[in-house]
Design a protein around this ligand. Sequence first.
Ligand SMILES: [Zn+2]
Ligand SMILES: [Zn+2]
Length: 435
Amino acid sequence: MNKSCISFMLCALFSQTAFSSNERIDSLANKVETDVIKWRHHFHQNPELSNREFKTAEYIANYLNKLGLEVQTKVAHTGVVAILDSGKPGPVVALRADIDALPIVEQSGVDFASTVKAMYNGSEVGVMHACGHDTHAAMLMGAAKVLVEMKAKLRGKVKFIFQPAEEGAPAGEEGGAELMVKQGVLESPKVDVIFGIHINSQTDVGTIKYRAGGIMAAVDPFRITIKGKQSHGAYPWLSVDPIVTASQIVMGLQTIVSREMKLIDNAAVVSVGSIHGGNRSNIIPNEVELVGTIRTLDGDMRTHIHESLTRKAKLIAKSMGATADVVVPDGYQYPVTYNDPSLMAQMLPTLQATAGKDNVILTNAVMGAEDFSFFQQKIPGLYLFVGGKTQSTPAEQAPGHHTPDFVIDDNGMKLGVRTLSHLVVDYMNQDNTTK
Ligand SMILES: [Zn+2]
Ligand SMILES: [Zn+2]
């Protein structure tokens, strides 16, 4: 029983069963905490790169088998999927953890730091869990243990999805959530809702950050090829200069976000990340290539930016006597990580009861991306951030994700295990028939 529950006198609304369920989940999460930390340290010391999570998958599958779950391996190369069947009719609720590490040499100084090396795109690299996916795998194993013990209180089925390659498959390979979806991970049994959490190195232990709607951006790469006419650099009047044209296009693109996007509704980004053309000082080349990224949190804004970027590039080029070929590949590189607003409203009280009302914080969206979005493209889902920063460390001193100094406080994981478990039990015991 938590204090806010008592003080707001909401307790009367809950049945005795709900009460004892909540307490039981928390005591089971306490009991499994030592194991969760042990598993996390094991994964941290034995990190594996995207699509190469062979040992990680084996370790997870062994444990899930021991729990008596129906386990499937080699899903989307190295993924592990397990089903817990309550034996009673009800919804199918999926929980997802990503399990891959990054090509980074660890310098965190923790006593379970990685010294692992591996080959990545043809060269040897250090391998480190520098995004916290070691904690994700461990927390989901912990939640599996809790939910197996809670089986009598469940309705329907829980699908545990341990997903490889969230950080992106190696060049030339498919992988991650997109491939899992393609291989039917959301079918048989058909999943109704999916929940996922990301530990965060700059968010206090004990807190959850949430947002309804877009919480992480959609990513679309673009490529603009500008064709002009080559000449000697001393005789520019004989050229159609693609470098000057490219410069004007780069400046023109700046007004898409600043003049055409209603930024009070949602953020958007257009960034040019690379310009290539020419090879020496006294030749005006005939071609320049621009490559960039578009980040959006809203489908209409995304469509508008694609249209506007193409129009501006082509017409600016035309005004210079050049041509611009614009390619924005069809289909998302990553869709918006979009938290279904009605599901968010439905489950917010669960988050508040789990972490305490003051510890559940509405957050701004971020312009980074997450492939959990491929699941949410098919079914309603929630993606949340859970704190992994020791409270005594100032947020600005906490190393960011994907850096060699990245650290996560083990104490943050208990809330993750509790959150995943409470979301499943509460969702299963609510009336979802109208959805
Ligand atoms: Zn990452
Ligand atoms: Zn991550």
